[in-house]
Design a protein around this ligand. Structure first.
Ligand code: GLP
Length: 250
């Protein structure tokens, strides 16, 4: 389940190849997408490869994991904006099938219900990409989130706001609420790939490696998924025991 590659670039190449294989197998696949700096090299590589190989992405449907409440599509720190910049504007996605929660929606309860329903109606997610927060969150499912959760509104922990404040001008501007796909929605995906890179993720990855599946460490839920892969670079894997590291393809 834990696989180590040398660096973020090698991970980007590997994941881009996996995504392309998925698209070639099923041109109307449903992809679960994530934001965050971990994903930037992945989307960079994917955009180049899709263009180079002339792959048709117009039949795909995408669902993003989360969005800040209070930030609209034009706000540079909204996740819609991130996706437009790093992926959607670069390739010929069908814009009306690139779903993210709407951070400016008035009826959040209804939106949450609809978002999980839309995923079900689309036939569930074929391949879900995940990053991980320093406190083990996936999407914005903070420690203590029930494993049977659906799309819901979250109050962000101080640690998460602090971690994400590097993208904002000041801590005051970091939203304190977000909408996230729930853990059960994520677990219904056919395949899950969690990526962690860099030394800042080393401690949480060691914890994830050692920890039993439990709600205090949201990412641990994917250890009970039948088709999940945790991909780390050498830095994020620095505290994993040597004999437990697997090379991809081994
Ligand atoms: C945010 C997102 C997560 C992401 C995490 C890690 O909190 N909601 O989905 O995994 O950041 O981000 P980064 O890749 O920048 O470390």
């Amino acid at each position: 389940m834990f696989y180590v590659l040398p660096n973020p670039q090698a991970i980007a190449e590997y994941v881009s190849d996996l995504l392309i294989a998925q698209i070639q197998k099923k041109n109307n696949a449903v992809l679960g997408l994530a934001t965050g700096s971990t994903m930037e090299p992945v989307y960079e590589k994917l955009s180049k490869q899709v263009t180079h190989k002339n792959i048709d992405v117009s039949g795909l449907t995408t669902f993003n994991l989360d969005e800040y409440i209070g930030l609209g599509a034009e706000h540079p720190q909204s996740y819609r904006y991130f996706m437009q910049q790093h992926l959607f504007n670069r390739l010929a996605f069908a814009r009306h099938r690139t779903f993210l929660p709407d951070g400016l929606c008035n009826d959040l309860t209804e939106q949450c219900e609809q978002y999980s329903n839309q995923i079900r109606q689309s036939g569930y997610i074929d391949l879900q990409l995940l990053g991980i927060g320093n406190n083990g969150h996936i999407g914005f499912n903070e420690p203590g989130t029930p494993f049977n959760s659906r799309t819901h509104v979250v109050t962000l922990s101080e640690q998460t706001r602090l971690d994400n404040s590097r993208f904002f001008d000041s801590m005051n501007e970091v939203p304190d609420k977000a909408i996230t796909l729930g853990l059960q929605d994520i677990m219904e995906s056919r395949q899950i790939i969690l990526i962690a890179t860099g030394v800042k993720k080393a401690e949480i990855m060691a914890e994830l490696y050692e920890s039993p599946v439990n709600e205090q460490l949201p990412a641990s839920v994917i250890k009970s998924h039948p088709n999940a892969m945790i991909l780390l670079d050498e830095q994020a894997a620095m505290y994993l025991p040597d004999n437990m590291r697997k090379a991809v393809g081994a």
